[in-house]
Design a protein around this ligand. Structure first.
Ligand SMILES: Cc1ncc(COP(=O)(O)O)c(C=O)c1O
Length: 432
């Protein structure tokens, strides 16, 4: 028997696809979301200020009667993430931008972060006229390589901005120790890390000064758009609250503005959906973990596929994305992009992820951007030179990474079998 005899014709070459049925869709919702939104609509109270002032630290999450949905969502989310305080905002990007400002980041300050992330992680720094400085990623985890942080510290460094990519916790013990040693602030980008738990005792977003979450539609806790900032520090919550509310202070005169703030307030409709979705989060994450373990056990046996490594201390993962590392050398030289196209033809949706690292986006080196910083007396690094400094991130973007969306992990065992079969079929066609 030769292998060629057993090879099935790929769907991309006209063969029958492994799967024709759709996978689980996202977001998941029912009448509860519709009712929650209708209740807000009927109440005629569509913004939090319709309920009067906010009292930090004196709120009872179980008492929801007559209270702003935004406040209630904040209390429930803080409780779920094991934080003292939470503040709802308009997006994950807004959360990051406001948290950096509240952390005292000034124009020209340097913030060390990862290049393997959504662009908001970079622009939240630059919108504060601060300068992003990148470590490479750890190729095993795709998170920032904490071992490189100290190499990037200069006298202008003020903060570290780790991203818990795909819900995989960064090495927060090393990052925390470096931050303490060099007196740096830590702002966690936890846009993918709702309900992510470390050693059964601490949740993502509570290791640094601020944790920033996104509720954009694709996220594990979706509200369409929206975001949340969490912190354990009273002064921190008062600062972000003021900055997100035109610099106002609670208990002060309405038209008196103490900081150069802006309007990043979460509206009541968003919060109403968020409350319902939060009630679904932990059960969904548990299902994702179960299906992920089953699926990667199968995928890891195939040549050319290595699941990216999770932090060993993780007790609850969100698997916002199932992250796989692809090695074309083991699949007859088939490029990752062609592999993913062949998978799609088999009815298995996979993504190649970011086209390039954050620093390689056109605006990072454009004259428009550089001129804006120059006018403020700030010179940006030569971001084109980062390609050599970050070979692992380059490799991930151009050759290696494959993402499976978390919605796929909410399906059945049979769905996981189909995904694994699709991978096996395409790999089988290119291996001896
Ligand atoms: C890692 C990361 N950070 C920040 C954001 C920004 O969140 P938002 O889209 O809610 O502004 C996103 C999401 O899109 C993200 O993936």
């Amino acid at each position: 028997m030769t292998m060629t005899k057993t090879k099935e014709k790929l769907a991309i070459h006209g063969g029958a696809p492994v799967r024709t049925l759709p996978f689980t869709t996202w977001p998941q919702h029912d009448e509860a979301e519709a009712r929650a939104v209708a209740e807000v609509a009927r109440s005629g109270k569509w913004w939090r200020c319709a309920y009067g002032t906010t009292e930090f630290g004196q709120r009872d999450a179980n008492n929801i009667v007559g209270r702003s949905r935004a406040e209630v969502f904040e209390d429930l989310f803080a409780q779920a993430q094991g934080a003292k305080y939470a503040l709802g905002v308009t997006s994950g990007s807004a959360a990051l931008e406001v948290a950096l400002r509240a952390a005292g980041i000034q124009p020209g300050d340097e913030v060390i972060t990862t290049p393997y992330t959504f662009i908001a992680t970079t622009t939240c720094i630059m919108n504060n006229m601060a300068v992003p400085v990148y470590t490479d990623i750890d190729p095993a985890t795709y998170n920032m390589d904490a071992g490189q942080i100290e190499l990037r510290i200069t006298e202008r460094t003020r903060a570290i901005l780790p991203v818990h990519f795909s819900g995989n916790l960064c090495d927060m013990e090393t990052i925390g120790a470096i931050a303490r040693k060099h007196h740096l602030r830590v702002i966690e980008d936890a846009a993918h890390a709702h309900g992510v738990e470390y050693e059964g005792r601490q949740y993502a977003g509570t290791f640094g000064d601020f944790g920033c979450f996104s509720f954009q539609e694709s996220k594990n806790l979706p509200t369409g758009e929206g975001g949340m900032i969490i912190t354990n520090n009273r002064e921190n919550i008062e600062r972000v609250y003021s900055l997100h509310h035109f610099g106002r202070k609670e208990g002060e005169v309405w038209y008196k503005h103490f900081h150069q703030g802006w309007n990043y307030r979460m509206n009541e409709f968003t919060a109403a959906i968020g409350i319902v979705q939060l009630g679904r989060l932990f059960e969904q994450n548990a299902r994702r973990m179960e299906n992920y373990a089953y699926l990667v056990n199968k995928l890891a046996k195939l040549p050319g596929i290595t699941p990216s490594a999770s932090h060993p201390g993780l007790t609850k993962h969100s698997h916002h994305l199932a992250m796989l590392r692809y090695d074309a050398r083991e699949v007859g030289g088939l490029h990752r992009n062609e592999f993913v196209k062949a998978l799609a033809a088999e009815g298995i949706p996979a993504l190649t992820g970011y086209t390039f690292p954050n620093y390689a986006n056109p605006f990072m080196t454009s004259e428009e951007t550089r001129a804006r910083f120059r006018a403020a007396g700030i010179s940006l690094p030569d971001y084109a030179a980062y390609a050599e400094r970050c070979p692992h991130c380059e490799h991930a973007c151009h050759e290696e990474s494959i993402w499976l969306e978390h919605r796929l992990l909410l399906g059945t065992r049979e769905d996981m079998d189909d995904i694994a079969e699709g991978f096996a079929k395409v790999i089988g066609a290119f291996t001896a």
